[in-house]
Design a protein. Sequence first.
Length: 264
Amino acid sequence: MAQDLLALGDLTVTVREAGKEKTLLDNVSLKMAALGITALVGGSGSGKTTTGLAILRLLPPGLIIRQGRVLFLGEDLLGVSTERIRDIRGKDIAMIFQEPLHAFNPVFSIGYQIEEVLQVHSRLNLRQRRERVLELLDMVGLPDPKRTAGSYPHQLSGGMRQRAMIAQAMAGDPKLIIADEPTSNLDVTLQARIMELFRRLKDKFNLSILLITHDLGMVARMADQVAVMKEGKVVEEGATKQVLGNPRHEYTRALMAASGLSRE
Ligand SMILES: Nc1ncnc2c1ncn2[C@@H]1O[C@H](COP(=O)(O)OP(=O)(O)OP(=O)(O)O)[C@@H](O)[C@H]1O
Ligand SMILES: [Mg+2]
């Protein structure tokens, strides 16, 4: 049997608030096969971002992983050393963040920030790294890589910045990209183009994508597998066709109705 790329088991995350312990993730279990797009979908506050951050041990201070496993190709990321998880971040698993704060640093050029990833995760020399940055920017469909590399984040349009973030995510040649609402700030046409780019990169580079979204329409168009989250729990999981074709959980039906996907 093929090994799962990623398997979360009973992942439980809590936070202490006003003297009380609040559960943000409640025994989240989820399996992801290699070479596909798996969507994590749910309403605001359901725990999607928390799940993505917990996988890479990037939870903000105060949030505690109480129990669980995060098996990446069989290795439990919750048990590995700090050096090992740092090595995995940005290399085996890259994350595209929802929070603009986590995205590009405003004071450095785009090219420099992509080159930094190569400096950490590759053996390329400076000249090779600079060449690779241009290749990466070209690969994600940015028309003038040299100019983009020299630009600062605020000088790019939202769509271009998103492409540059994908180029940065691709710099470590990852097996898995966790993309947290990668298109929610873009208009519909740009959304479609960015999703098309993800699909092309996935096929070309044997990537898998964990797509975090609240948009079931996008799930229907993009994802092979889907897990539906509500209040910190996975309430339904399976092949997208099966889950959306025959939703078993009331919450999935409600989400579908809200996205205009159901005929009810
Ligand atoms: N740093 C924090 N301190 C306390 N509570 C937090 C913190 N971060 C997240 N939470 C809580 O955890 C829950 C899950 O939040 P999370 O950001 O994972 O949801 P989400 O599904 O990504 O929502 P959205 O669609 O709005 O991005 C929410 O109730 C949120 O208030
Ligand atoms: Mg979120």
